[in-house]
Design a protein around this ligand. Sequence first.
Ligand code: 5GP
Ligand code: MG
Ligand code: MG
Length: 182
Amino acid sequence: MMGDVAEILIHSDQIQQKVRELGGQITEDYQGKRPLLVGILRGATIVMADIMRQIDLPCEIDFMEVSSYGSGTTSSGVVRILKDLEEDISGRHVIIIEDIIDTGLTLSYITRALRTRRPASLEICALLTKPSRRKVDLDVRYLGFEIPDEFVIGYGLDYAGSYRNLPHICVLKPEVFQGTPT
Ligand code: 5GP
Ligand code: MG
Ligand code: MG
C-alpha cells in the first residue's frame, strides 16, 4: 500500500503526539464531567479509538454516519443522516470527533442538527483542517493539524474505501486516481 503513496504528510509519531495533547486538553477542560464523544463514521474511527484512550475521565462514545448529497468530491452542504446517535444528548457534554474539515459544510449541518437536541455543551475536535477550502465559519475547539489543499488518505481517511489502515496521513500518487482495481 505504501507503494501508492507519493508523500507522507504527517507521520504516525506526530499524530500520536498530537492526539496525546488533544486528549490532555479535553481531560483538563472536562474535569468533573462525563463527556460523550460522537465520532463521525467512517473516517473518524481511528482518531476516536486513539483519542478516547488519552482522555483520563469517565466518558462514553457514540457514532453518527452522514452522507453529503450531490456529486463529485466536494460536499454540497445538504447532508443526510445515514445512522443517527443511539444516545439522547440532551443535557450531555458532547464532543464531536471528526477526521478532517474541508468546506466545513458537513460539520456545520451536524452541529445545527445536534444543537436542536439541547446538549449541555457542544464542541468540535478535528484532527485535520484545510483552511483554504472553508466555506462556512466553524468554531473548532480542538484542532490537530492545518494542511494544504491536497487530498489525503490514511489514519482513517479513505480513497474509494481503501487506505484507511495506513498509519500516516499521506498523499497518493496521481496515477492511483486513474482507474485502479477496487
Ligand atoms: P466538508 O463538508 O468539510 O467539505 O467535508 C468533510 C468530509 O469530506 C470529511 O469528513 C471527509 O469525509 C471528506 N474529505 C474532505 N477532505 C478529504 C481528504 O483530503 N481526504 C479524504 N479521504 N476525505 C476528505
Ligand atoms: Mg469525516
Ligand atoms: Mg470518505
